[in-house]
Design a protein around this ligand. Structure first.
Ligand code: HEC
Length: 93
């Protein structure tokens, strides 16, 4: 392999690995995709597994209560986003 080609391959490798190292804004697995899925993952898997969240169906009251209990003000901008996701994507079917 000539040096130019080697650098090109290395370059692509670094680009491919960077988002993984950075945690990637789109890295929301195993949460179902939806608006703010990555934010919910970050917020709600700090202390326990995703499963504990995913196995719950949230109505507005529960989502607000959990958020307030574990994270903070449910009326904050971030709180609103998380609660919206919980009550829609993980809402009661
Ligand atoms: C500061 C730590 C922390 C954060 C952040 C956190 N939780 Fe929890 N959560 C806990 C603890 C501790 C328990 C009880 C642990 C257990 O039962 O294993 C729990 C339990 C739960 C339960 C099970 C029901 C219950 O009340 O026991 C649900 C549902 C839940 N959390 C949802 C969430 C959601 C949704 C978020 C994000 C908004 C979140 N958690 C963020 C600490 C946290």
């Amino acid at each position: 392999m000539n040096p130019t080609k080697l650098f090109r391959v290395l370059g692509w490798t670094v680009l491919a690995v960077l988002p993984v190292l950075a945690g990637g804004a789109d890295d929301f697995a195993p949460f179902p995709s939806g608006e703010n899925a990555a934010l919910v993952k970050k917020t709600c898997t700090e202390c326990h597994s995703a499963n504990i969240v995913l196995s719950t169906q949230f109505d507005e009251a529960l989502a607000r209560r959990q958020y307030k209990l574990f994270v903070g003000d449910p009326d904050s901008e971030e709180g609103q986003k998380v609660i919206k996701y919980l009550t829609t994507v993980l809402g009661i079917k």
